[in-house]
Design a protein around this ligand. Structure first.
Ligand SMILES: [Zn+2]
Ligand SMILES: [Zn+2]
Length: 895
């Protein structure tokens, strides 16, 4: 709709749902987010941490994406060529679990389908049910370049994965080896160290007696997993332990199975643990495996993939590990070989996906030698090629990297990048970029490909390279690599950031990103982690439905102090909605009140600006500079707070109120103040656009009659607008008006009562200011008239006030006198305050009694008790205020 002047007319209230969808589509239609690799502009690029294809938008994404979007939008407005590249991760275990659950409902397992059909089924699932999150990203306003959307299983990305696997193998940085790995007996796959969550369990320590083979005595060993004794192939003691020195080299008879096992001496044995003699179970414990390697002890695997005892476990075969634990202890006890069992809580690893207890398992897996890669990654950070924001997270990064162990990259899954290694009947290994037709070593034509796939993080570790077309040196890689900044939560610094740094620094130096900007986790208002079990999870989509997207984005960004956790409560999103409405009303006022044809760019010449104009432009310039600096420092929370304060209080409240009579009067001055308001609004909208893109776009377009503000320009620097004198004068005026308003509010003076105010200014200069602005003071403080005298020249006028009861207020160093006659009925006011005091005192008594009640303190939830305490503090504060006002009243009436 447009009005007679051709200006777009805005509806009375802001309806986010009517604006957001069409606005986003318009941006897509105009290609606003599409990056041009051949552009001459400075390049700015971000790769989106790829969400799982199984995922939907949670509140953590909402923060993470809004953070990236502010950077992308700000740089776009500043004229950079911006690429924000979106995509999804195939999420190996997670996706396979989803499809397996679906199959289970049909009474089938993946083995019923076979590998090929199962993988096809996963692709079909992805096509119909995967990627819910992409539509939700559009609702959130993500300004990503959809024409470059990628998926970790795409052909191009798979080629990058294969190239890296083969190259690492050729460089001796990737190998296949027998290692004890973390095994999930439910997911039936290996897990890397960081996919294991350690958790304290009650646990026990069982002391088992192993007799010497010659019947001359026995040795006692302690274990928390008694069933593993079925796989023992030795007993180890410390070489310097006098208790056992004479035993070294002798053999024991393994109870229950009768196997002969030697006693060996090894430095790795902890003399303080248990009895100082340890059973050696090479197939089920990483330390035992190393001891066994040193002493040539065999490894006997006694568990199946599902952690059930296998044929090596003799009569215990078929029992799961927990049942076997009890059965072994019972059998030993019967033979008098169970010395004792004591409670011993200890940490046990659990699968991060399904929480099943992890079983250490000996198996043949592929590993990446991470040490040399980690060195390169750490060097990039040490040399400042990559910088962490905030810098304290560099320590976390170094901590992880220094303690790094070789990375087990093979997974026993079907969904993922299949390992490009082939085995011939003689066991030769062929690792190749193209599927081989013959063994590289012996030429045998029958080859079997490795069944395993690669860890999901192997492909996401290549994300900044593979998405830009690597290994080809195409235009995107040339233009946008290294990327400008990576935005992510501190929780995946190791999972993801470290891996990208290791692989990308190695394959495409110097670094994948110039800056790593770390943000915190979204928590509830009490700072508690959001989780289904606490019932405090906030759904960002629901919040967008209820309050609009800008409201959610503003609330998240306002709480996102650099690197720290982000508290969020629904009320704050409501506050974001109120801010969007405030902007809307401000926009409507400016558009409807400024004289026809007034444009933001028609700012009056400095000599023609009134105090309010000079003040507003100065405050605007200061806010622009501070907000821009905060945005640049990866501190959008500070920018949000600054801009909110400026837009709400200074622009929408003060500046608009001060401008009203000038606009109403019309003429040149109306045109001038109209241009100042329009200009200030335009700049404010542009500064807020990176955080609240929708409402600012709608208003910004109407204000300037342009198609979009999302392509800029960013507000220019105008240092000449800074005007300290105007800001100081305006502060005096604001303080004065606020003091009268506060008095009126505290004493409940009806709006219609308009007193006469006398100001005794600090001196001639201030008196001149108040005289010049008397009309503004009169109107904004709802006064009949304003009279100004300078201190020391308080002549007849002030004398005339003497003897009559008047309130004396202090503001900006001046004294404000308000005659009380006709303003408030003193007796009525006094009894009103006394009633208020009585009510408060009663509430205080009740609250104190409650807090003295032990039953309440012990049984009520902590939050309820806290609330009661806070309420009491509020009541105390109100009482002090009422007492103060009663005292004031007494002073005024002179007794
Ligand atoms: Zn699992
Ligand atoms: Zn061969």
């Amino acid at each position: 709709m447009t009005d007679a002047a051709g200006r777009r007319e805005l509806p009375k209230t802001y309806d986010p749902h009517a604006v957001e969808g069409p606005t986003y589509r318009r941006w897509l239609d105009m290609g606003a987010f599409r990056a041009d690799a051949s552009s001459e502009r400075p390049h700015f690029s971000i790769v989106l941490p790829p969400p799982n294809v199984t995922g939907s938008l949670h509140i953590g994404h909402a923060l993470d994406h809004t953070f990236q979007d502010y950077l992308a939008r700000m740089h776009r407005m500043r004229g950079d060529e911006v690429l924000w590249l979106p995509g999804m991760d195939h999420a190996g275990i997670a996706t396979q679990n989803v499809v397996e659950r679906e199959l289970a409902k049909e009474g089938k397992s993946r083995f019923d389908l076979g590998r090929e059909a199962f993988v096809e089924r996963v692709w079909a699932w992805k096509a119909t049910s995967g990627g819910t999150i992409l539509g939700q990203m559009q609702r959130l306003g993500d300004s990503v370049d959809w024409s470059r959307e990628r998926f970790t299983m795409d052909e191009g990305l798979s080629r990058a994965v294969r190239e890296v696997f083969v190259s690492l193998y050729e460089q001796g940085l990737l190998y296949r080896g027998q290692r004890i790995i973390n095994w999930c007996p439910r997911c039936l796959t290996a897990l890397s160290d960081i996919e294991v969550e350690h958790e304290e369990i009650p646990g026990e320590l069982a002391y088992l007696r192993y007799p010497l083979n010659d019947g001359s005595g026995a040795l006692v060993v302690a274990t928390s997993r008694a069933e593993t004794m079925l796989g023992d192939t030795g007993v180890a003691v410390h070489p310097d332990d006098p208790r056992y020195r004479h035993m070294v080299g002798r053999t024991m008879r393994l109870p229950l199975l009768g196997r002969e096992i030697p006693v060996v001496a090894d430095e790795a044995v902890d003399r303080e643990f248990g009895t100082g003699a340890v059973k050696v179970t090479p197939a089920h414990d990483p330390n035992d495996y190393e001891i066994a390697q040193r002493h040539g002890l065999p490894a006997v695997d006694v568990l199946t993939e599902e952690a059930v005892v296998n044929a090596n476990g003799g009569r215990f075969q078929g029992l799961d590990r927990y049942a076997a634990r009890q059965a072994v202890k019972d059998a030993l006890a019967e033979q008098g070989l169970l010395e004792r069992v004591e409670a011993a809580p200890h940490a046990v690893g659990h699968c991060y996906r399904c929480k099943t207890e992890v079983e250490p398992r000996l198996s043949l897996q592929w590993f990446v030698s991470t040490k040399p890669l980690a060195e390169q990654a750490m060097a990039a950070v040490r040399n400042g090629v990559t910088r962490f924001e905030p810098a304290r997270y560099e320590k976390t990064f170094f901590g992880w990297m220094e303690g790094i162990r070789d990375w087990c990259v093979s997974r026993q899954l079907w969904w993922g990048h299949r390992i490009p290694a082939w085995y011939c009947p003689d066991g030769h290994v062929t690792v190749a970029r193209e599927d081989p037709s013959a063994c590289a070593e012996c030429g045998a034509a029958t080859l079997r490909q490795d069944e395993d796939v690669l860890d999901t993080w192997f492909s996401s570790g290549l994300w900044p390279l593979s998405t830009l077309g690597w290994p080809d040196r195409g235009p995107d890689l040339e233009a946008f690599y290294p990327t400008s900044v990576l935005v992510t939560g501190y929780d995946i610094i190791f999972f993801w950031v470290a891996r990208m740094m290791m692989l990308c620094c190695h394959f495409q130096p110097p670094t994948p990103f110039r800056v790593v900007a770390i943000h915190g986790m979204v928590r509830d208002a009490q700072g508690k982690k959001m989780s289904k079990s606490f019932g405090n999870v906030i759904d960002p989509v629901e919040l967008m439905d209820r309050y609009g997207t800008d409201a959610l984005r503003f609330a998240l960004i306002r709480g996102a102090n650099p690197g720290s956790d982000v508290p969020l409560a629904e009320e704050w999103v409501e506050g974001g909605r109120n801010f969007a409405n405030k902007l809307w009303n401000l926009g409507r006022f400016v558009l409807s009140s400024i004289p026809e044809g007034t444009k933001p760019e028609d700012l009056p010449a400095p000599a023609q600006r009134k105090l309010a104009d000079r003040w507003l432009l100065s405050r605007l310039e200061r806010s622009r500079a501070a907000a821009t600096a905060a945005y640049d420092a990866y501190d959008p929370a500070e920018a949000a707070r600054l801009l909110h304060a400026f837009a709400w209080s200074e622009l929408a409240d003060w500046a608009v109120e001060l401008a009203k009579p000038r606009l109403a009067a019309g003429g040149d001055d109306a045109r001038r103040v109209g241009a100042v308001l329009a200009y200030a609004l335009d700049v404010t909208l542009r500064l807020l656009h990176p955080i609240m893109p929708f409402v600012t776009e709608e208003l910004g377009r109407a204000l300037r009659d342009v198609d979009t503000i999302t392509l800029g320009p960013w507000p220019l620097e105008r240092p000449d607008d800074l005007d300290e004198a105007a800001e100081a004068d305006m502060a005096d005026l604001q303080e004065t008006i606020a003091a009268v308003r506060r008095f009126r509010a505290e004493h409940a003076v009806p709006p219609a009562r308009r007193p006469h105010l006398t100001i005794v200014a600090t001196g001639q200069r201030q008196a001149a200011l108040f005289r010049a602005e008397a009309e503004s003071i009169r109107r904004l403080a709802r006064l009949e008239a304003v009279e100004v005298v300078a201190a020391g020249e308080a002549g007849a006028t002030v004398a005339a006030e003497a003897g009559r009861p008047a309130a004396k207020l202090l503001a900006a160093g001046a004294e404000l006198r308000l005659p009380l006659a006709g303003l408030l009925d003193l007796d009525e006011e006094r009894s009103r305050l006394q009633r208020e005091r009585a009510g408060l005192e009663q509430e205080r008594r009740r609250a104190k009694a409650k807090l003295a009640n032990r039953d309440f303190l012990e049984k009520a939830p902590a939050a309820v008790v806290d609330r009661a305490r806070a309420r009491l503090a509020e009541v105390e504060a109100s009482l002090a205020q009422v007492a103060g006002r009663l005292e004031e009243l007494t002073a005024i009436t002179g007794g």
